[in-house]
Design a protein around this ligand. Structure first.
Ligand SMILES: NC(=O)c1ccc[n+]([C@@H]2O[C@H](COP(=O)([O-])OP(=O)(O)OC[C@H]3O[C@@H](n4cnc5c(N)ncnc54)[C@H](OP(=O)(O)O)[C@@H]3O)[C@@H](O)[C@H]2O)c1
Length: 329
């Protein structure tokens, strides 16, 4: 041991510049990582007696959001498409929070029939709904279609949540003050709503499709706020950060090995799912947001959405188009 300590001492004395450089770089990298982790929701708000429904809560930031909501005392409904994974996640949420009031419900957002079935079940069995968190998402998949023939990313990320929210509005209005939280993305900043080819049939591109669906989340939040003004139901859209989750499952495997290897160091700097859930939690519970609606948030703070995410005419047009696509009067 003494020999080892002596050898380290000699090494440091012989290479002072190198050792200092390594230490400074290490501390710098960790500081950068902490900074990139972004804001933390500081609200201590309790949710005892309240009900929170989270879509896509079996993994990623949805699961971490569920643990937080359960920690605050809420009844938490995990609305997921794979019952095996959802039940496993619910067990974990119960264990980590010590809250047994965590239930699983079936929801496949790629099927309007499934969305309608879940909404009917909730209307018939739940007395209240205080927070609806539209979190589920799919990113950069091949040119797939939903059961109803819509382009998959627009169908799941926007249309399914659009219909679900509309069908649950009466319950949300009965439970005021209540909130609708839509998990969008920074990707909306390069998005465009292709009103002339909403399913991108002419020229499908997985990135363009993802961006369109995330812009739709921001515009939906905005128009919903207008329609709910004065009801006590408020709406929020957010970018959760860049997070190490399963979201890249359709995109990463399609890359050649050398590109996947290039991505590996990048994972050191991205957020953990717990860090990635903080802005969703902030929008769901923070008291300071009670009287604001329709806006966009990032890192637990308000942020201006891109100009196309603040286009009220486009928001109204998207609402009308979405309503006709999902068969809402
Ligand atoms: N991760 C990031 O860096 C990042 C950045 C910006 C925005 N976001 C947004 O954050 C949200 C959560 O993503 P995440 O990162 O936590 O991804 P994730 O780990 O892939 O989780 C996505 C969740 O959505 C569910 N889902 C997918 N298709 C569905 C469908 N048809 N019906 C019902 N549920 C479905 C998944 O269920 P299965 O497990 O059954 O597939 C899963 O529970 C998404 O809206 C995403 O766009 C993420």
């Amino acid at each position: 041991m003494q020999d080892y300590t002596k050898a380290v001492k000699v090494f440091v004395e012989e290479h002072p510049a190198g050792v200092t450089a390594v230490l400074v770089t290490g501390v710098g990298l960790f500081a950068l990582r902490r900074w990139l982790a972004g804001g933390v929701c500081r609200s201590k708000a309790r949710l005892d007696g309240k009900t929170v429904l989270i879509t896509g809560a079996n993994t990623g930031i949805g699961k971490e959001t569920a643990v937080d909501m359960a920690n605050r005392g809420a009844r938490v409904i995990l609305a997921c498409r794979d019952m095996g994974r959802a039940n496993k996640a619910a067990d974990e949420v119960r264990k980590r929070s010590g809250n047994g009031n965590v239930v699983v419900k079936m929801l496949d957002l790629a099927s309007l029939q499934s969305v309608r079935a879940l909404a009917k079940d909730i209307q018939q069995t739940e007395e209240r709904l205080d927070v609806l968190i539209n979190n589920a998402g799919i990113m950069m998949c091949p040119q797939w279609k939903t059961d109803d023939g819509f382009e998959m990313q627009f169908g799941v990320n926007h249309l399914g949540h659009f219909l679900l929210t509309n069908l649950l509005l009466d319950l949300l209005k009965k439970s005021t003050p209540s909130r609708v939280v839509n998990v969008s993305s920074l990707a909306h900043e390069k998005g465009k709503i292709h009103f002339d080819d909403i399913n991108l049939e002419k020229n499908y591109d997985p990135t363009i499709s993802y961006r369109q669906s995330k812009l739709a989340n921001v515009l939906f939040t905005r128009e919903l706020a207008v329609r709910l003004k004065g009801t006590g139901v408020t709406t929020y859209a957010l970018h959760p950060g860049v997070i190490h989750t399963e979201l890249g499952r359709h995109f990463l495997p399609s890359l050649p090995l050398w590109k996947r290897l290039l991505f590996m160091p990048f994972f050191f700097f991205v957020k953990t799912p717990w860090q990635g859930a903080q802005t969703t939690i902030y929008c769901a519970v923070d008291e300071s947001l009670q009287n604001t609606s329709g806006l966009y948030y990032s890192d637990c703070a308000p942020k201006e959405a891109a100009p196309q995410g603040r286009d009220d005419a486009a928001a109204r047009r998207l609402w009308d188009l979405s309503a006709s696509m999902v068969g809402l009067a």
